[in-house]
Design a protein around this ligand. Structure first.
Ligand SMILES: *[C@@H]1O[C@H](CO)[C@@H](O)[C@H](O)[C@H]1NC(C)=O
Ligand SMILES: *[C@@H]1O[C@H](CO)[C@@H](O)[C@H](O)[C@H]1NC(C)=O
Ligand SMILES: *[C@@H]1O[C@H](CO)[C@@H](O)[C@H](O)[C@H]1NC(C)=O
Ligand SMILES: *[C@@H]1O[C@H](CO)[C@@H](O)[C@H](O)[C@H]1NC(C)=O
Length: 387
């Protein structure tokens, strides 16, 4: 069918109220840029506009019914200094107001908080410092410590089954260098898609916890140390990984038996990995490791991605604690598939001894979101395929 007819049909179904589960992209973008054609019942947040019924994102979240109805919140342009915590299991869509809905560098909505975990005793969890937390319970969101993390009780329910965010920046402004874990996002026991979003911090920017399934599209993920970490599954598509310094690795993943039989890990695909700007680039040349194993079951793959000269020629590095190497041959998967650019040196990768340079056979089991997630109905394929 002709795409124009398809979108007319979409509009018709939308008007008839048939399609309430997913916001059609044609009306979503209009809603984001003009505030009109939003799904019925859309809640508006703004600290200043009279059109808004809530002045903070959290108060809009708290006003949602505790049921399975899909709900949409439109956040008007501005900076919101608050932590947001979402436990609701029914579908939620957060829309950031923007005049450039396909460009994360021009987002006009920023949610910001300054918090970092300086506790050295292990009694205060990283989750308390996150800008956004999505998890059904506090226990589900705890990182915990040690190589298997917090033992989340098995009877913990699943949280949000369909969480979607468009054009919002999450910025943890705790420090301008690695100064303890400072999450922009903590996402556990939930399914969520982030489109044209930004995640900014220095250390541990993005945490995908146990049973967390997160899909990122055309987004910006910025950090310095271990800034993509967790136990769950993250697919990062067509996005920009920005290096604001080097420390640890870009990815630090753990595996445990509390994950489902999906292929937990972090997959960075058709993306770019570059110094955050040209002033930092000379300082970090050849110094940033792609990742390191938080436990031996670490799994991460950078695939078909561009790497600038910031990347350590050996790619990934080992993580040695008290003389014990966490890298385990045949268990740890720290891999690349068809990466390119000045940061990719196959000879040095092989010499380093911990990076797997995969061919198609090695990459194939992880080569699509459908292969790594249990299901992908919560991904907005309309946005991904419409581009
Ligand atoms: C999030 O909200 C839930 C429910 O109110 C609460 O139990 C939990 O402690 C909160 N988590 C954080 C990190 O604030
Ligand atoms: C470049 O990035 C670094 C690291 O985030 C930051 O400290 C610095 O202010 C940035 N410089 C410019 C000119 O934006
Ligand atoms: C996970 O479970 C398998 C099979 O029961 C077992 O062999 C393995 O040792 C367990 N791994 C961890 C880290 O608990
Ligand atoms: C790649 O790495 C090898 C081994 O460390 C080194 O000899 C070679 O000069 C590197 N190539 C480039 C283009 O930097």
């Amino acid at each position: 069918m002709h795409p124009y007819i398809l979108s007319l049909l979409g509009l018709l179904f939308y008007t008839l109220g048939v399609n309430t589960a997913a916001v059609q992209s044609v009306s979503r973008e209009t809603c984001q840029s003009t505030g009109t054609h939003c799904p019925p019942g859309t809640i508006i947040v703004s600290a200043t506009s009279k059109k808004a019924s809530h002045t903070t994102v959290q108060s809009a979240i708290d006003s949602l019914p505790d049921d399975s109805t899909p709900q949409t919140i439109l956040i008007l342009a501005g900076t919101y200094t608050e932590q947001v915590n979402i436990t609701r299991s029914g579908p939620i869509t957060l829309l950031g107001q923007t005049t450039s809905p396909k460009d994360a560098t021009r987002n006009q909505v920023r949610i910001t908080w300054a918090g970092g975990n300086k506790d050295s005793t292990g009694t205060i969890d990283n989750v308390w410092y996150s800008v956004l937390v999505v998890a059904p319970t506090l226990e589900a969101s705890l990182t915990g410590s040690g190589t298997t993390g917090y033992p989340v009780p098995e009877d913990t329910p699943f949280g949000n089954k369909n969480f979607r965010v468009y054009n919002i920046d999450f910025d943890n402004t705790w420090a301008e260098y690695s100064n303890g874990p400072a999450h922009a996002l903590s996402f556990s026991r939930a399914n969520g898609g982030f489109y044209y979003c930004g995640f900014y911090s220095y250390q541990d920017t993005i945490y995908i916890g146990k049973l967390g399934n997160a899909y990122f599209y055309e987004s910006i993920l910025a950090g310095q140390t271990d800034f993509l970490y967790g136990f769950g599954t993250a697919w990062i598509q067509s996005s920009a990984v920005q290096l604001r310094g080097c420390g640890g690795g870009i990815t630090a993943w753990k595996g445990t038996n509390t994950t489902t039989p999906n292929k937990y890990g972090v997959y960075i695909v058709d993306s770019s990995v570059r110094a955050a700007n040209s002033s930092i680039a000379p300082d970090i040349k050849g110094l940033c490791a792609l990742g390191r194993p938080w436990n031996s079951q670490h799994r991460s793959i950078f695939a078909r991605s561009y790497e600038d000269g910031s990347i350590d020629p050996q790619g990934y590095i080992d993580w040695v604690v008290s003389g014990v190497s966490r890298f385990e041959e045949g268990v740890t998967l720290m891999a690349e598939y068809r990466d390119y650019g000045p940061g990719f040196n196959k000879t040095a990768r092989l010499e380093g001894g911990v990076t797997s340079v995969l061919g198609w056979e090695g990459y194939e089991p992880y080569s699509t979101p459908q292969k790594v997630f249990v299901d992908t109905e919560w991904v907005d394929w309309g946005v991904v395929k419409g581009n």
